[in-house]
Design a protein around this ligand. Structure first.
Ligand SMILES: [Mg+2]
Length: 273
């Protein structure tokens, strides 16, 4: 899929990269991340930083990355909230939704012309929040029972924090699914829709794009299923000793994002190795 007719690999024109575990560990920058983003900006190549987290707006995330010394333009950040909004805009333009989530999600839905309502909405849209309330979950359950379609930004069951594990969107989705008997449609990784919407946003093509991630069962599988070349870094979730147990492979495995700076600076180097 990434080779020309003569068998040589296609040049890389677009880079997609996961955020947590690749560029940062929560707020701590991973060595090489700043250099990688600076190299991308200098190269003129198109790129997006992807995250399944739907709490924050791209502006919030830019500020958080900048505090870690990584200067990513707001337009170069693609969240599961933005992908969800794009999906809804395509499926049912100018619809309505009852939202359980934070500004990252409500802003994205407002921006595509959606109305937020708890009266007969087209959709219940569930995202990440740190303040899930019994009242709003109950409302979501009743609206789904009454016919609202159930969408969730991402299937992650838990997320990291300094104090330990935090329940995430996937866990709350399981609660609502159990109560209603209706499963949500999840937009974020590992759904390759997350990659396809990112490519559309850049007007980029799968065969000239590389996806970088730290997790085989989300980043690498969704990149693979969207037809991209993939690079696994071992600074995050998937440990080196586990890589060979997966029934699919990344195009390349590297120790960290620092190893990819040269690939951006010298397009003649091929990630196909
Ligand atoms: Mg990650």
């Amino acid at each position: 899929m990434s080779a020309r007719d003569d068998g040589s690999p296609r040049p890389v024109e677009t880079w997609l990269t996961d955020m947590d575990g690749v560029l940062v560990h929560e707020e701590v920058p991973i060595p090489g991340a700043t250099e990688f983003i600076e190299a991308l900006k200098e190269s003129g190549l198109r790129f997006l930083v992807l995250t399944n987290n739907s709490i924050f707006t791209p502006r919030d995330l830019r500020a958080r990355l900048l505090a870690s010394g990584i200067d990513v333009p707001e337009e170069a950040i693609w969240t599961s909230a933005l992908a969800t909004a794009q999906f809804l805009a395509d499926q049912r333009p100018h619809g309505s939704a009852y939202v359980v989530g934070e500004a990252g999600l409500t802003t994205a839905l407002h921006d595509i012309g959606y109305v937020m309502t708890d009266r007969n909405p087209d959709y219940v849209v569930l995202g990440e929040t740190r303040t899930y309330s019994f009242e709003s979950i109950t409302r979501a359950i009743r609206l789904i029972d009454d016919g609202a379609r159930f969408i969730a930004t991402n299937p992650d069951a838990s997320g990291p924090s300094h104090a330990g594990k935090l329940p995430a969107t996937g866990s709350v989705a399981a609660l609502i699914r159990t109560a209603t008997g209706r499963s949500p449609y999840f937009i974020g990784k590992p759904n390759p829709l997350m990659m396809r919407s990112a490519l559309n946003r850049l007007e980029a093509h799968s065969e000239t794009t590389v996806m970088i991630g730290d997790r085989m069962e989300t980043d690498i599988i969704s990149g693979l299923e969207a037809g991209l070349r993939t690079v696994l870094v071992t600074t995050g979730s998937t440990r080196p000793e586990d890589i060979e147990h997966f029934p699919y492979r990344a195009t390349r495995v590297v120790d960290s994002i620092a190893d990819l700076v040269e690939f951006v600076k010298a397009p003649s180097l091929s990630v196909d190795g």
